[in-house]
Design a protein around this ligand. Structure first.
Ligand SMILES: Cc1cc2nc3c(=O)[nH]c(=O)nc-3n(C[C@H](O)[C@H](O)[C@H](O)COP(=O)(O)OP(=O)(O)OC[C@H]3O[C@@H](n4cnc5c(N)ncnc54)[C@H](O)[C@@H]3O)c2cc1C
Length: 273
């Protein structure tokens, strides 16, 4: 976006592809013995303090983690923005908010006009193991106005050469089930009266504050349901409970999230001296 990312802590990365970035981070975590400490595929609902003053994080019925400090960095995509129309139950598995369920060979439509929509659309066109997909980009406006220059260039390139099917300048009115039970597809009805059947529709409409998580954790929130915290330390109204990254800002930057983490660690270290 033309903004220079200044890293203030010990962790940084060089500009690279998403895959290279994930590898860099995995290597870094592994080299510090942290990678195996991640608990994946586990949703937590809140974090509250127990009688002993430690935070309790419930992983499932049988497992809890206790911690002296907690950093909430749940982002915003746990609560993605959804369109106003209903999602019929039979096709809900085919209506997604990221690319993780897309299979090679599918006819996919990406909905949205921002950077995420652009990156999903041209990313899918470029992914080596998704070369048999047919990808359409749908945006209610006729031209790209909200993407950064690089994403605009990439998306435009594939729209122009036909690798990305252009369904811009028209909104989706609703979706309905097409096909027999067990073989349901998504029939998309557009506001110009046209319809098209897709195997998958991916909405890239951004996300909102995970206010339930914050309120259940007794974190004070502001006017836009954003968590309130001390901007120097990232500590919330609850001592030892911090919040960082996308959940506190809509500017969405890895460098910013890393810097937030650095402020927290400095505060924790200072308090434990
Ligand atoms: C398509 C796209 C491209 C981007 N490109 C760039 C880029 O090039 N450069 C850049 O700097 N930034 C980029 N960003 C922004 C960047 O990804 C974010 O700013 C950054 O990931 C924020 O990190 P985070 O940890 O705050 O949140 P996230 O990365 O969103 O991580 C939050 C994590 O918490 C998990 N979670 C949520 N709720 C719960 C729960 N209740 N229990 C357990 N886990 C939960 C989520 O599953 C997720 O794994 C991009 C974002 C998108 C969507």
């Amino acid at each position: 976006m033309g903004r220079k990312a200044e890293f203030e802590g010990n962790v940084s990365f060089d500009e690279c592809s998403k895959e290279e970035y994930i590898k860099q981070m995995d290597d870094l975590l592994a080299s510090h013995g942290l990678l195996e400490k991640f608990v994946y595929n586990t949703e937590i609902w809140n974090t509250v303090t127990g009688d002993d003053g430690l935070f309790v994080i419930k992983l499932d019925e049988d497992n809890i983690v206790k911690a002296k400090n907690v950093i909430v960095s749940v982002g915003r995509m746990g609560k993605p923005n959804k369109p106003g129309y209903k999602f019929p139950r039979a096709i809900r598995p085919r209506l997604n908010f990221n690319l993780s369920n897309v299979c090679n060979g599918e006819k996919v439509m990406i909905v949205g006009g921002g950077d995420t929509a652009g990156e999903y659309a041209y990313g899918l066109v470029e992914l080596e193991d998704m070369q048999d997909c047919t990808v359409t980009l749908n945006y209610r406006k006729p031209t790209i106005t909200r993407m950064n220059p690089m994403n605009t260039e990439m998306t435009t390139k594939y729209l122009d050469n036909g690798k990305l099917i252009n369904k811009m300048g028209v909104d989706v009115e609703g979706v309905e089930v097409d096909g027999d039970p067990g073989e349901e597809r998504v029939k998309v009805n557009f506001t110009d009266g046209t319809s098209e059947v897709y195997e998958r529709v991916v909405y890239a409409l951004g996300g909102t504050s995970p206010v339930d998580f914050l309120v259940n954790s007794k974190i004070d929130v502001g006017r836009w349901d954003e968590p309130l915290m001390d901007e120097k330390t990232m500590e919330t109204n609850i001592k030892g409970l911090y919040t960082i990254g996308d959940v506190v800002t809509d500017q969405g930057s890895i460098a910013l999230a890393f810097n937030h983490a650095s402020y927290v660690m400095n505060d924790i270290v200072a308090k434990n001296k």
